[in-house]
Design a protein around this ligand. Structure first.
Ligand code: AGP
Length: 613
């Protein structure tokens, strides 16, 4: 899920689109392409590699036109090559599309279209969308109704732009589910569309943001918004400030809110390029991991601080359950001084968003001194934590500005899941059936994250209960125990409310004494293997008068009955459940801090990058 840029007007569309794509390069990608309407037909240039290479292709075979779309791609279905790069044409070459997202039901749709005789030109899930539009165009008469019918059939979260050579007066853009943004830039006799503001800010500051389940019909002079059912929607224009920081926040009040909402996209980008859904194979290229090395590993240490440490705690369960390798997780500042026993054939994984955390770097040095192989999971490419390691996994989040880490929590959870599957595959410790199931479960994650974000209004209502609260207790178990730790950390650092997290089974050994009607308890109880145990602990807390707010799986009547309020999450495969259970807790902390009028993005005493001991 990467960059989209589109243009309709009277200027040279090719240059506007290529320059827009360049401004999105920071998001990372493995291929790029452009489609221009030129002299009655659609011309496409695309290939694997960088935008500079796309410029070369366009210089060698120029494109002239005033209508077009461009894209930078991270591969999800099919390897990065010219055939799989966007834009994608329909069979007749009359319709073209660029798309961000994963079509969850692409296999069954592709089988259906192939049985009707459609010949696919790529291995991508995106091509299914443009072929479906072509199929419906033959019966529905107009591009817009064919697009609407198609969007009602595809599952997942998506941002896309299409046009047809038979209706060259318009671009159609859509945002389905809570996918990363689609923004329309308004010009004078011209209009722009993009996945991200930086792509169009050079041309206009007047923008319209699409909401989920909305379509935009964009001509040179007009903009019409409608739902995917076809009902017209009023739109309002936003004026983007010239101040670069405010401009970067776009439609959001704070970076933290923006970054929470970016998680549909960051989880998609984390999966993209690493997973081949058709073979259920995982590729983590920068680890340089061989079968022989994977089979030699006897033990893994994970070292990190703060939020990254909580990621490591989930990683322990993932690696031990999936790859059957013993894992120890250490807070980096403790590891460096505890004289850890590091035997031969040990790998130490450092996790760090900034890649410059002093304690993590020192712990890495200690592991290195004792002979461990070093891997890292980092967001900041080129940082020391990346450079000191023998191999690394990049988080694919894009820059995280808010001091409270959000998207840099969920992305490495998926990285560790991918690593666990890869290790298990190379060590032959899972059947191919299990591997297919584990990989296939990933496909649904971005949309499940989007479903959690759709419930933000309900979280705001719960946040209102925290007006006078000064203490609260988070309870979890098993793979969602770290969710409790992370939820409590989020609340502490931005709202300054004292929040403690405890394994629910430990309550009776002490913390139960804290419980009274003034202590809200936030219980994390999705339908995972610890669910029944969590329910009985919630009952015990309730019996002592506690106010219970439960993070529970949609439709769970028992959790609803036992709780004062429920923060619903969609049912999620349990090994991936921490990716969804944390979302309402990030939103809760955010809205409580906003209610208190606090500086959410720069809380007191905290720094984004902790480069001192
Ligand atoms: C999380 O919200 C905090 N900002 C903090 O705990 C952070 O995760 C920790 O300092 C580690 O930072 P790093 O990921 O950059 O190493």
């Amino acid at each position: 899920m990467c960059g989209i840029v589109g243009y309709i007007g009277s200027q040279d569309a090719t240059q506007i689109i290529l320059r827009g794509l360049q401004r999105l390069e920071y998001r990372g990608y493995d291929s790029a392409g452009i489609a221009i309407y030129s002299q009655g037909k659609i011309e496409v240039r695309r290939d694997a590699g960088k935008i500079s290479h796309l410029f070369e292709l366009v210089n060698a075979a120029p494109l002239y036109g005033n209508l077009g779309i461009g894209h930078t791609r991270w591969a999800t279905h099919g390897e990065p090559n010219a055939r799989n790069a966007h834009p994608h044409l329909s069979s007749s070459s009359r319709i073209v599309i660029v798309h961000n997202g994963i079509v969850e039901n692409y296999r069954s749709l592709r089988d259906e279209l192939e049985s009707e005789g459609v010949q696919f030109q790529s291995e991508t899930d995106t091509e299914v969308i443009v072929q479906l539009i072509e199929r419906y165009l033959s019966t529905s008469g107009s591009l817009i109704s064919a697009v609407r019918k198609t969007l009602n059939e595809i599952q997942g979260a998506h941002g896309l732009v299409v046009f047809s050579q038979d209706e060259p007066d318009k671009l159609i853009a859509a945002r389905i589910g809570n996918a990363g943004g689609v923004v329309i830039g308004l010009g004078d006799g011209e209009n722009f569309v993009a996945s991200d503001l930086p792509a169009i800010l050079e041309h206009t500051r007047r923008v319209v943001f699409l909401d989920p389940q909305q379509l935009a019909v964009i001509t040179r002079d007009t903009l019409q918004l409608q739902t995917i059912q076809g009902a017209l929607v009023d739109w309002s224009e936003h004026q983007i400030s010239w101040d670069p920081v405010t401009a970067e926040k776009g439609e959001y009040r704070h970076f933290m809110q923006k970054e929470i909402h970016e998680q549909v996209r960051s989880t998609t980008d984390t999966i993209a390029g690493r997973v081949d859904f058709s073979t259920a194979k995982v590729h983590l290229a920068e680890l340089n991991l061989t079968r022989e090395f994977a089979q030699s590993i006897r033990k893994i240490f994970i070292i990190a601080c703060g939020t990254a440490y909580h990621v490591g705690l989930v990683g322990k369960t993932l690696i031990e359950r999936i790859a059957r390798i013993p894992v120890e997780v250490d807070i980096a500042s403790e590891f460096r001084y505890r004289d850890p026993i590091i035997e031969p054939n040990t790998v130490t994984i450092a996790i760090s968003q900034s890649g410059e955390t002093a304690d993590t770097l020192a712990a890495m040095a200690e592991a290195r001194k004792k002979g461990s192989t070093l891997w890292s999971i980092v967001n900041a490419i080129g940082s020391q934590v990346m450079r000191q390691a023998d191999g690394f996994i990049s988080m694919q989040c894009g820059p995280e500005i808010g001091v409270a880490s959000t998207k840099a929590y969920t992305a490495p959870l998926i990285d560790l899941y991918l690593l666990a599957v890869l290790l298990a595959d190379l060590r032959d410790s899972i059947s191919s059936e299990t591997r297919f199931q584990l990989v296939s479960d990933l496909r649904r994650i971005p949309n499940l994250v989007g479903t959690c974000l759709d419930r933000e209004a309900e979280v705001i209502e719960v946040a209102k209960l925290f007006g006078n609260v000064s203490n609260c207790l988070y309870l979890g178990r098993g793979i969602n125990m770290p969710t409790a730790y992370e939820g409590a950390l989020k609340l502490k650092e931005i709202s300054y409310i004292h929040a403690e997290a405890y394994p629910a089974g430990e309550m009776k050994h002490g913390p139960i004494a804290l419980i009274d009607k003034n202590l809200p308890i936030i219980a994390i109880a999705p339908k995972d293997p610890w669910y029944e145990k969590m329910l009985s602990q919630i009952e015990q807390a309730k019996a002592r008068g506690a106010k219970i707010i439960t993070v529970a799986s949609e439709g769970d009547e028992q959790a609803k009955y036992l709780s004062d309020r429920v923060l619903w999450v969609p049912p999620t495969p349990w090994l991936l459940s921490p990716v969804t259970t944390i979302i309402p807790l990030q939103l809760l902390a955010y809205h409580i801090a906003c209610q208190r009028g606090l500086d959410v993005d720069q809380p007191r005493n905290l720094a984004k990058s902790v480069t001192v001991e």
